[in-house]
Write a protein that binds this ligand. Structure first.
Ligand SMILES: C[S@@+](CC[C@H](N)C(=O)[O-])C[C@H]1O[C@@H](n2cnc3c(N)ncnc32)[C@H](O)[C@@H]1O
Length: 142
């Protein structure tokens, strides 16, 4: 299969009082107008799972479930996957120069950031259209 090149554009910073994405100077022009959006998608590199074993696992056990189930990595949000890319929708609180302050993110401090995209209403479907396997039933209430 073909390999593609990806460039890190920033880094996740988790501090005691704040959580933000710091964008490298090379890419800050790309932030123009980002403050006009309330939510953004952050695509990040699941850096600590970037190893041959994690990349070769095709089955995963989703955490925090009542029952233990082994499912395909593409049917889960497992950090174990062939391309360790994380995707998180976050609330954009404010922008200060090259820093995007956000409410929370499930990436650890120092995690490389690959891309930022604005959240657009057309990206989501209404709740009654969602279908989930029964082991994710508890998420229907969130
Ligand atoms: C289950 S993954 C889901 C990530 C993302 N929301 C997604 O759906 O693609 C999130 C977990 O990855 C782990 N994690 C966060 N940053 C990481 C990193 N840089 N390397 C490896 N694991 C990381 C944390 O345990 C976190 O709870």
């Amino acid at each position: 299969m073909t390999s593609f090149g990806i460039h890190q554009i920033g880094v996740v910073k988790i501090e005691k009082e704040a959580c933000y994405i710091e964008i490298s100077q090379l890419y800050t022009t790309g932030l123009r107008h980002i403050e006009q959006f309330s939510h953004i998608y952050v695509l990040w590199w699941i850096s600590m799972r970037d190893n041959p074993l994690d990349r070769s696992q095709m089955l995963a056990t989703p955490p925090k479930l009542k029952t233990s189930i082994e499912t395909g990595v593409f049917s889960s949000r497992s950090p174990t996957r062939p391309n360790p890319i994380g995707l998180t929708k976050v609330k954009l609180l404010r922008v200060e120069n090259n820093k995007l302050y956000i409410d929370r993110i499930d990436a650890i401090d120092g995690t490389p950031v690959l891309d930022i995209k604005p959240y657009l209403p057309g990206d989501s479907v209404s709740v009654d259209e969602i279908k989930l396997p029964e082991w994710f039933d508890h998420l229907k209430e969130e």
